[in-house]
Design a binder for this molecule. Structure first.
Ligand code: HEC
Length: 163
């Protein structure tokens, strides 16, 4: 039992580390990367700059920091085998309800269609994760957790905020 938990924790940790190992060329695949790739270093200048009013920019950054805290809390809950807690966090903090919170904070600012698509793909990946967590089967949960984190990485590789 204890060993199982340690194993799950290690798998989650290595998954988080490998979750950032994608290159732009691979972003069209949905989770079809090969393991062992290096972390891509997409130069900031290659990313599209979002020119937002400062209030919308602050709102976006707040949402992002909450996203990272949500991932932290979800992985923690899974490590403790608190599946109900992990599912609630996933659905509320990363699923479609969060999109409405994010939009309010962005105060009607306009985004390129590609940004919108990446945002939708990220909420969709989270909803799929939320749906499999109640199975309590890490073999099903971990690939969805990976895809959820990969959706964050994909958007960060394409967009940045204008200074
Ligand atoms: C649809 C696009 C998109 C998605 C999806 C997305 N982000 Fe972001 N995120 C951004 C952009 C754009 C920035 C600004 C980055 C920059 O200027 O370099 C950002 C910045 C951040 C920051 C820095 C916030 C700050 O205060 O500066 C964190 C942390 C972050 N994102 C976490 C996440 C996590 C975790 C996820 C997934 C659960 C996620 N993001 C999903 C677009 C996205």
């Amino acid at each position: 039992m204890k060993r199982g938990k340690v194993w799950a924790g290690m798998t989650l940790a290595s998954l988080l580390l490998s979750g950032v190992g994608f290159t732009i060329a691979e972003t069209n695949h949905s989770g079809g990367h090969k393991p062992g790739h290096e972390i891509s270093k997409v130069p900031v200048t290659k990313r599209m700059a979002l020119d937002l009013p400062s209030a919308a920019k602050e709102g976006l950054k707040l949402t992002m920091r909450e996203h990272l805290e949500a991932i932290d809390a979800i992985v923690g809950a899974l490590g403790r085998e608190d599946f109900a807690g992990a599912a609630t966090l996933t659905n509320e903090e990363l699923g479609f309800p969060k999109h409405h919170v994010a939009m309010q904070r962005e105060q009607g600012a306009t985004f390129p269609p590609e940004y919108h698509e990446l945002a939708m793909a990220h909420h969709q990946a989270a909803e799929a994760l939320g749906a499999v967590i109640p199975t309590k089967d890490l073999k099903q949960i971990l690939p969805h957790l990976e895809q959820t984190i990969h959706a964050c990485v994909k958007c960060h590789q394409v967009f940045r905020l204008q200074d």
